[in-house]
Design a protein around this ligand. Structure first.
Ligand code: ZN
Length: 193
């Protein structure tokens, strides 16, 4: 399995990325984003993958494939074995690195994300960073209807603590995270008017 082969032809790369996009779209078909507009969940996956593709001049096909699949094991009936069989060991292990244990209470999972952030591989850290950017953008654009400004603020603070713990963060994505994080201040001003 040529998992991290830098010599993949562009045609093979495109095929793998599109196969992952379609797989993810099918797996998440019944799921919507939490925002008040209820956007299709696949929008989030495409955004995370696009952020990663745009943050480097060298193409890491498996990283983009894993970005598209990053929520499949956590949020759908997909198993790690299924990812391994369809997309290879490298992709499956990247997804496993960014998958929370859903058997734990939510507060524990959130605390673990902060505690485990420093132990992530650089590629898993890139997915986590792009994921947090996408989630903050979603809250800015379309917050969940039942989230108070305080709850939104808490989410921003939590995301910042996870991101600050990540090793060797991708500089372009880190800068985009910082810009997105800073926009919450403007939202706060708007909310208090
Ligand atoms: Zn996600």
């Amino acid at each position: 399995m040529p998992d991290t082969d830098p010599n993949l032809s562009p045609a093979v790369s495109a095929r793998r990325i599109l196969a992952a996009a379609r797989f993810a779209a099918e797996k998440h078909v019944a799921q919507k984003r939490k925002g008040k507009f209820g956007e299709p969940y696949v929008n989030h996956l495409l955004e995370v993958a696009e952020l990663i593709a745009g943050s480097s001049d060298s193409l890491d096909t498996n990283l983009i494939v894993a970005a598209l699949l990053h929520d499949t094991v956590e949020d759908t009936a997909t198993t790690s074995l299924e990812l391994q069989e369809k997309f290879g060991e490298d992709v499956a292990s990247l997804v496993a690195e960014v998958t929370d244990d859903k058997s734990l209470p939510k507060a524990t999972r959130k605390a673990l994300q902060i505690r485990n952030a420093p132990h992530k591989s650089a590629r898993a850290a890139t997915i986590k960073l792009a994921d947090k950017i996408s989630n903050l953008r979603a809250i800015l654009a379309s917050p969940p209807a039942d989230w108070s400004l305080e709850r939104q603020q808490e989410y921003f603070e939590w995301a910042r603590r996870v991101v600050e713990g990540l090793p060797a963060a991708n500089a372009i994505l880190k800068a985009e995270f910082d810009r997105t994080y800073a926009r919450f201040g403007e939202l706060g001003t708007r909310g208090s008017k």
